[in-house]
Design a protein around this ligand. Structure first.
Ligand code: CA
Ligand code: CA
Length: 136
């Protein structure tokens, strides 16, 4: 009888240690796993006014709080096109034509979102290269 009781007493702390180490593993892994990625997609709506749907999506559990769309001019810097507080925004080709005329345009977004800890992060999306030539 005594040996069975000892066995049960040993099993308790071992189980607790296993749970603790599992908990520690999750906590240690989460900052790396939380490294966010946000993507920008631009879709033509094929309308007469050449409207485009702009959508920003971020990695799991990330809800963008706001994002800002820019045209990339390399060494000459960036130009702000629009800001949005929703994942989806719309713009016409005139607004997206950041290198006027037939020159290709390079647009990207910086996304600001709030993590589950309440911190704010800023992430730059991919750059969409297209020719937003108005009234073509
Ligand atoms: Ca450009
Ligand atoms: Ca252009």
């Amino acid at each position: 009888m005594n040996s069975i009781r000892i066995g049960k007493k040993v099993a308790g702390p071992v189980t607790l240690l296993a749970a603790l180490s599992l908990g520690l593993t999750v906590v240690t892994a989460s900052p790396a796993e939380a490294a966010p990625k946000c993507g920008l997609t631009v879709t033509s709506l094929h309308t007469d006014d050449q409207a485009y749907k702009l959508e920003v999506t971020c990695g799991p559990f990330m809800a963008p709080a706001e994002w800002h769309l820019y045209g990339d001019d390399g060494p000459f810097g960036v130009q702000h096109i629009l800001s949005s507080y929703q994942p989806v925004a719309y713009a016409d080709s005139g607004a997206l034509d950041e290198d006027p005329g037939t020159e290709a345009d390079e647009i990207f977004a910086t996304v600001i979102y709030r993590t589950t800890t309440g911190a704010y992060w800023t992430v730059r999306t991919n750059t969409v290269v297209a020719n937003f030539w108005p009234y073509s």
